[in-house]
Write a protein that binds this ligand. Structure first.
Ligand code: GLN
Length: 578
């Protein structure tokens, strides 16, 4: 007995059995298929990009695709992680603070995700421990197998039911052989045993070394990584070989012979100038069709009407990647942030600039400005010389905030296009209060706790909170847009839009009148609280701040309007400033 019959016999298993496989109501074995993506040799190879690109191609074949990311760390979510170590904290509409890979899934699949699409080791254990306290395990000793692995499988099956997914694409974070993700991999092995081999398949993303001293590619590390996977009872169905250069035929053959994977399903994925070219490469390598064949989805695909046909989708990505990498007008945008690890810490901002740049026919290159060294408007002007625009991104704490205020002052007075995101919005309010409204000691209680004029202060509901993690004002909220404003025009006349938030502080309502009387316009407000969500400065080429994070909603198919407006203004910035 195997697959669906086995699964049917496990449903309702009691404490007398060794099985613990809770099957959610409405679950139909074989209805949802699973593609599990693992990594070997090193992490950071772009498993998320691989999984989301393949998902995008399969979506274009008419399949309903639901992605999941498993992260091995014991944090319950990514909210308390330092973005300079772990990459940006991405925020979903339901307020989940998660790994930046979920951002790739939303962008590639053009889907809004939720906490059903994200699981951490911490959350798995929190669930198991809470069940134990409730006596749900009926007196049994609680074990990694079957209870921890059972919790993980049950999470996936719940997603399968709620998303009515044809295909759940699971990315297992980290690399094969890590203690942190060992129990996730074991759960996936069990999943294949229970669901059957045509319902669950594995793809491994590995790395081919090319030591400079040797001048040739070496497959040994990849072989060992894949062998570790196979020693855990997992046979990959396809292998993607990441490498600096195109992968040779000989290396692909070597990997094939060591792994039992036919050579046409061992594909090379050399570094590419744009991540948006990956779907094109995967389609050319035939991996979408291979997935359909291995999971026996051919009939389902044949019976589906596709909203976007595969060729159209591949052409979209090809055209998009060509526009990003082709020759275009260069614009320089300053971003105030720490230089180390910036690409990952500001991944969504960089993506949002790429989306708008591709649409407007220009390439945005970034200049990182370390603001803790900026102590005057003159040094800010020096740091910003020649830029076409400036972004002050989100952030927490005190470091570099005064320097950022000087940079904003220069952008305002020298008419440099400016976009302030969350902390950037708050600092723009502080700058305006100080230098235009004449409230000299205006500040934010986040970094000047004794400020006489706290123009930025804790949100009222935050004053009672204790502890960290998951308790900011988080997730999707509505924003009412002021008719006739720049925001109204950029949002194409919409009067209410939904945006994503992550903050504890806000513009203090006591100072609104003074700010507005001096010309600042709050063009976005919360519908039922006096929380200011967008500010703009009429007469300036582009001076916009948002209490939310528009970068989380920019998609290749739909660049975010406020980023579009910003890049468009940068493009129109006078040539002599370049
Ligand atoms: N630190 C600020 C706050 O908590 C801004 C947060 C952010 O930029 N995401 O409100």
């Amino acid at each position: 007995m195997a697959g669906p019959e086995l699964l049917a016999s496990l449903a309702g298993a009691s404490h007398e059995h060794e099985f613990y496989t809770p099957i959610p109501e409405g679950y139909k074995p074989g209805r949802t298929k699973y593609l599990i993506v693992t990594g070997s040799v090193i992490s950071g190879l772009g498993k998320g990009i691989f999984a989301s690109s393949l998902g995008s191609l399969l979506q274009a074949r008419g399949l309903v695709v639901a992605p999941v990311k498993f992260d091995g760390y014991l944090n319950q979510d990514a909210g308390t992680l330092n973005p300079y170590r772990h990459g940006e904290v991405f925020v979903l509409d339901d307020g989940t603070e998660c790994d930046m890979d979920l951002g790739s899934y939303e962008r590639f699949l053009d889907q809004d995700l939720s906490n059903r699409n994200y699981m951490t080791g911490g959350r798995v254990f929190a669930r198991v421990l809470s069940r134990e306290r409730h006596g749900d395990y009926l007196g049994r000793d609680v074990q990694f197998i079957p209870h921890v692995t059972g919790e993980i499988k049950s999470f996936l099956r719940q997603l399968a039911v709620s998303a009515t997914a044809d295909l759940v694409v699971v990315e297992v974070g980290g690399t094969v052989g890590d203690i942190e993700n060992g129990y996730f991999l074991e759960a996936m092995r069990e999943l294949q045993y229970e669901e059957g081999p045509t319902n669950v398949m594995f793809a491994n993303v590995t790395y081919i070394l090319s030591p400079r001293a040797l001048g040739e590619q070496k497959s040994k590390a990849a072989q060992l990584g894949i062998r570790t996977l196979m020693a855990q009872g997992i046979q990959p169905g396809m292998i993607a070989c990441r490498a600096d250069e195109p992968v040779t035929e000989q290396i692909r053959e070597k990997i094939s012979i060591y792994s039992n994977v036919p050579v046409d399903r061992v594909v090379g994925l050399p570094d590419s100038e744009s991540i948006y070219r990956v779907p094109v490469l995967l389609q050319e390598a035939g991996l979408d069709q291979a997935t359909i064949d291995l999971l026996e989805l051919g009939d389902r695909v044949a019976s589906r009407e596709c909203v976007i046909h595969r060729d159209e989708m591949v052409n979209f990505w090809r055209d998009f990647a060509d526009r990003i990498t082709g020759p275009r007008r260069e614009l320089t945008v300053a971003i105030t942030g720490k230089y180390t690890g910036v690409r990952d810490s500001y991944a969504s901002i960089i993506n949002a600039l790429e989306h708008s740049g591709a649409m407007l026919g220009c390439r945005v290159s970034l200049r990182w400005v370390e603001t803790s060294r900026i102590k005057s408007a003159a040094s800010a002007a020096e740091a910003l010389r020649g830029v076409h625009g400036m972004i002050v991104p989100g952030g927490f704490g005190q470091r570099g905030t005064e320097g950022k205020v000087y940079c904003i002052q220069v952008a305002r007075t020298e008419r440099i296009p400016f976009l302030g995101l969350c902390l950037g919005f708050q600092l723009a309010v502080v700058e305006y209060a100080r230098h235009v409204c004449g409230i000299e000691d205006a500040g934010s209680t986040e970094f000047c706790p004794d400020a006489k004029h706290a123009v930025i202060d804790l949100l009222p509901e935050q004053k009672q909170l204790e502890g960290l993690g998951g308790n900011m004002r988080l997730g999707g909220r509505w924003v009412d847009i002021k008719p006739g404003s720049l925001a109204h025009r950029l949002y194409d006349g919409q009067e209410r839009v939904r945006e994503r938030f992550r903050h504890r502080y806000e513009c203090n309502p006591e100072y609104l009148q003074a700010l507005e009387q001096h010309g600042l316009v709050f063009s976005g407000k919360a519908p039922d609280h006096p929380i200011m969500q967008i500010m703009e400065l009429p007469g300036h080429p582009y001076f916009v701040g948002t209490q939310f994070h528009p970068e989380f909603l920019s998609r290749p198919h739909r660049p975010h309007p406020l980023f579009w407006g910003f890049v468009d203004a940068c493009k129109r910035a006078p040539a002599d400033s370049s």
